[in-house]
Design a protein around this ligand. Structure first.
Ligand code: FO1
Length: 306
């Protein structure tokens, strides 16, 4: 599965509840990664790790449950960065990761160690071990992803998304093997531009998807033309000219065989089919564990016949 963001992590959790977790490989966005207070933070890798380990704060969507914020408050007292909120428990992970990266271990190996430490059976891979950073060009200037998303609350309309370092970024070890050996490829209900876009910006990953011999099924992150959370709908409207399932399909042109989208958008089945992609209509809101399970079942059915 290609995944990023909060919706992706939630969906991945549903997948590993439905199939053998050891059979699942998540290829995760690293375009959001940043350094805060000297620590390397990889929000999407962490959302996946916390979701699968049952450590995530379900309500907030990011970070750990039962969190406290003492270290951040202390850093703030001393004039340190506090715009990007790192909780006390979350900091533990960033400390360990940063130490290992500084010792020269690649991000993929550090991630494997972290997932093993919490007993996960699934494989979690960063899309690349090399720096790949998402930048947003807006009428108010260019911003790194987290500056735009967190510091500026994604209020600036986006004219262009670019991925610094993508031209030189190689897929992390295991990524291409996973794609070549997969029975099926899934694209999570994540933002196509800023969660999946950075993964597809790694040319050899995009090429592996273009040349796939197995079905690739994407799940739309939009319901009734709106995002459950975050800037996906605004971005689609501005960059693709609309927020229907057909517009989501266009983001993945040549890469997917089926698009799963919500009943609220059922009127768009023909438009999606007209783009050569099989429309699969179901309820996609993951409001609780049952809803998540039903969505995953519909997606697995779609994969079997795509
Ligand atoms: N999102 C916020 O809106 N505000 C934050 O202060 C914030 C801190 C944070 C810390 C660790 C982490 O793993 C994620 C965090 N996020 C925060 C979420 C993150 O910015 C985004 O949800 C993802 O990057 C989107 O994929």
């Amino acid at each position: 599965m290609l995944t990023g963001g909060v919706g992706g992590a939630r969906f991945l959790r549903g997948v590993v509840e439905a199939v053998d977790p050891a059979s699942v490989t998540a290829i995760v966005n690293v375009g959001d990664d940043l350094e805060v207070l000297g620590l390397y933070v990889s929000p999407d890798l962490d959302s996946v790790l916390y979701a699968l380990a049952g450590l995530a704060d379900e309500e907030r969507g990011w970070g750990r449950a039962e969190e406290s914020w003492n270290a951040l408050a202390a850093a703030d007292e001393f004039g340190g960065e506090s715009w990007f909120k790192l909780g006390d428990r979350d900091l533990g992970l960033h400390l360990v990761r940063t130490q290992r990266l500084r010792a020269g271990e690649p991000l993929s190996r550090v991630t494997a160690r972290l997932t093993a430490a919490v007993g996960l059976e699934s494989t979690i891979l960063p899309a690349s071990d090399e720096p790949l950073r998402t930048w947003l060009e807006t009428p108010n200037g260019g911003y790194s992803f987290q500056q735009w998303f967190v510091a500026r609350s994604h209020r600036d309309p986006v004219d262009r998304v670019r991925f610094e370092g993508a031209a030189d970024a190689r897929p992390a070890p295991g990524v291409l093997d996973a794609l070549h050996e997969a029975d099926a490829i899934l694209i999570a209900p994540s933002n196509p531009y800023v969660s999946i876009g950075p993964i597809l910006a790694v040319e050899r990953i995009r090429r592996a998807l273009e040349r796939r011999r197995v079905p690739c099924v994407a799940v739309s992150p939009l319901i009734g033309g709106r995002a459950v959370k975050g800037p996906a709908a605004d971005m689609l409207q501005r960059l693709e000219g609309g927020t229907s399932p057909a517009h989501v399909t266009q983001c993945y042109a040549g890469l997917i065989d089926a698009l799963v989208f919500d009943e609220a958008d059922a009127e768009h089945v023909e438009a999606v089919a007209g783009l050569g992609v099989r429309p699969v209509v179901t309820r996609t809101l993951m409001s609780d564990a049952d809803a998540r399970r039903r969505l995953v079942e519909a997606v697995l059915d779609a994969m079997a016949v795509a």
